[in-house]
Write a protein that binds this ligand. Structure first.
Ligand SMILES: CC(C)(COP(=O)(O)OP(=O)(O)OC[C@H]1O[C@@H](n2cnc3c(N)ncnc32)[C@H](O)[C@@H]1OP(=O)(O)O)[C@@H](O)C(=O)NCCC(=O)NCCS
Length: 215
């Protein structure tokens, strides 16, 4: 559904995944070979890799090159993998992406550990969700987190995601199946359409705030 909608609205000469978004502090732009070194350094931290499903550990430049090749060959319209950087300095902070899911797309993300705890992912994910909900009629976005990673759960809850169930998801870095909290975000919850009680309007106001970079 998502894929078809985007095929209908995306100009024919725009490559899959080519999105460029600027927020108060951040720039979200397509990941490329220029990000290799920074990605390898960030994902060589086990605290980052162990919270992700599809990232091997230890992580090498070959893993990054294989990922980039696979993404550029096989990603479909609407899928994206964006580098998050400080738009003023260009410093690489992490990645955020959207991929086709069944039946709805899924959002995933990570930050290099140095940049945790500054509200950066709330700002990046809100910007990407604003974009996706604006260019598609998609009613639902999927995500979730490992149960022992409540920090990510806080980000998702802030954005309006609600738990839909629990599952086991394989973590390449840990080499085992891990308890996972499955979550989804409806368009109504994100934009606060509905009751005041669901917190949507409060989130909408918070998203409008600007943040100061202090790292
Ligand atoms: C998850 C991640 C993206 C969070 O991004 P971030 O920008 O650091 O998030 P924030 O600074 O907004 O912090 C999120 C919240 O978690 C809270 N938090 C911090 N440590 C926590 C902990 N151990 N347990 C529970 N909450 C915690 C923060 O106080 C903050 O709460 P608030 O919303 O009430 O202010 C980042 O930690 C990361 O990249 N982790 C490794 C990869 C990963 O987990 N990716 C997601 C996979 S689902």
């Amino acid at each position: 559904m998502f894929r078809k909608q985007l095929e209908d609205v995306t100009p024919p000469d725009l490559e899959a995944g080519h999105v460029d978004i600027v927020t108060d502090r951040l720039r979200l732009s397509p990941v490329g070979p220029e990000h290799r070194d920074a990605v390898v350094v960030a994902l060589s931290d086990e605290d980052v890799a162990r919270n992700l499903a599809q990232v091997p550990f230890p992580y090498t430049a070959d893993h990054f090159d294989a990922f980039l090749e696979e993404f550029s060959k096989n990603s479909v319209c609407g899928e994206m993998c964006l580098a998050i950087s400080d738009w003023k300095t260009g410093v690489f902070l992490g990645l955020i992406g959207l991929r086709s899911g069944n039946p709805h797309p899924e959002i995933g993300y990570w930050l290099a550990k140095t940049y945790w705890g500054k509200g950066i992912m709330k700002e990046a994910a809100a910007a990407l969700l604003d974009h996706v909900f604006a260019i598609s009629d998609e009613p639902v976005i999927y995500s979730g987190h490992f149960v022992d990673n409540p920090r990510s759960g806080k980000v998702l809850s802030f954005l309006g995601f609600r738990e839909t169930g629990n599952s086991k998801v394989h973590s390449l870095a840990r080499g085992e199946d891990v308890d996972h909290r499955d979550m989804e975000l409806t368009r109504e919850a994100y934009f606060g359409i509905g009751t005041e009680a669901d917190g949507g309007r409060k989130r909408a106001r918070t998203r409008g705030n600007s943040y100061a970079m202090d790292y």
